[in-house]
Design a protein around this ligand. Structure first.
Ligand code: ZN
Length: 82
């Protein structure tokens, strides 16, 4: 292909990402990521950078923050001087 690769545009190219195991595969032109299946777990995939993917990653970040606070995010408790 004479064209330069464009990894960060939502035109052709790009990646599909699995919402379950986060496997990324190159997106195939003319095939929606929702019609692709994850090669590892068989789940329907999301187009990386799409609205769905952004919603999913935001949700996932919230869940991660709930279950396990980021390191450095928890204030150190008062020093136990007793
Ligand atoms: Zn998967």
């Amino acid at each position: 292909m004479p064209e330069l690769e464009r990894h960060h545009t939502l035109g052709s190219g790009g990646y599909c990402i699995c919402p379950k195991c986060e496997t990324r595969v190159p997106h195939h032109d003319g095939v929606r990521c929702m019609d692709e299946r994850c090669p590892r777990c068989g789940a329907k995939m999301l187009r990386e950078g799409s609205e769905h993917h952004q919603l999913w990653s935001a949700k996932r970040a919230q869940q991660a923050a709930k279950s396990r606070p980021a390191p450095g995010d928890t204030p150190p408790g008062p020093p136990a001087t007793r």
